[in-house]
Write a new protein. Structure first.
Ligand SMILES: [Zn+2]
Length: 272
């Protein structure tokens, strides 16, 4: 397949960030085997879109994404391992450009062929659905990141915490900075088969008012301007969950922050 050599400095920087984040996910134990995927909207950053020609392979999409007409993305390859993406990003990331109708895309490699596959992540419809929602809402988020955060998945194995209100209260009361840096909390997505329309629809709903969607018994989808910012959101939430489990495993019930303390933090969050 054709290779597009990434020349643009801004896009190269983003690719480097994707690799850095992939390394963090692997180190944290949040990306076993081929778990996790990432996409970054690079439209307008580079002239990569002009490099796509009719010679590039074209693939039809089952759904139309009219708001993504002509948009260009860097996206992880299906079956790619985050530990590999960390070391060889160009080999594990593809470039895609949507056609005018937004119902198909041209594809190009960013580097040499990857033996694990040369198509975008199987979660492509969810990624495109989220990017479309961001475009419709005029959001500044360019990155969509999916990963299996052990601590957060573990929380959704507890029935009591399969409840958005309870989950967010737990996150915010376990560490003051969670209330400041993730003031919207997470949107809870009840269990559905991965890749199904149901889970895609529920994820979009959850991301309307939150930057992170937590999939019951599976993982998270986070949206942020850049890959590192998406990672930070997840990392902060994981810290709160870790504190909760640590106190519980020591045989105690965490005290948590009080309503009054939380109120002050929320007011602080508004200033950021
Ligand atoms: Zn997953």
């Amino acid at each position: 397949m054709k290779v597009i050599k990434i020349q643009n400095r801004a896009v190269r920087k983003l690719l480097k960030e994707m690799a850095e984040v992939a390394g963090f996910l692997w180190q944290r134990g949040w990306a076993e085997r081929n778990a996790g995927n990432i996409s970054v909207n690079i439209t307008g950053l580079a002239d990569e879109k002009n490099l796509f020609t009719e010679d590039h392979p074209f693939f039809k999409l089952e759904t139309e994404y009219p708001d993504l007409s002509g948009k260009v993305f860097l996206i992880s390859i299906t079956g790619s391992h985050m530990r590999d993406l960390a070391r060889k990003p160009k080999r594990n990331v593809l470039l895609i450009r949507l056609n005018e109708k937004g119902n198909g895309y041209w594809m190009a490699l960013a580097g040499k062929d990857n033996p694990t596959g040369t198509s975008p992540t199987s979660e492509l419809p969810t990624h495109l659905g989220i990017h479309q929602m961001i475009a419709q809402n005029g959001g500044n988020e360019k990155t969509v990141l999916h990963t299996h955060v052990t601590e957060l998945i573990a929380l959704t194995q507890i029935k009591e915490y399969c409840n958005e209100k309870k989950l967010n209260r737990l996150f915010w009361t376990m560490h003051p900075e969670t209330a400041i840096f993730v003031p919207d909390g997470v949107g809870f997505v009840p269990y559905s088969t991965p890749g199904s329309q149901d889970i895609a629809d529920e994820t979009l709903k959850a991301l309307e008012n939150h930057k992170v969607a937590l999939w019951e018994k599976h993982g998270v989808f986070a949206i942020a301007p850049g890959p590192l910012e998406a990672f930070d959101l997840i990392d902060i939430l994981a810290k709160s969950a870790k504190i909760f489990f640590l106190v519980r495993s020591a045989g105690y019930d965490p005290q948590g922050l009080t309503d009054e303390q939380l109120k002050i933090l929320k007011a602080l969050a508004d200033k950021f």
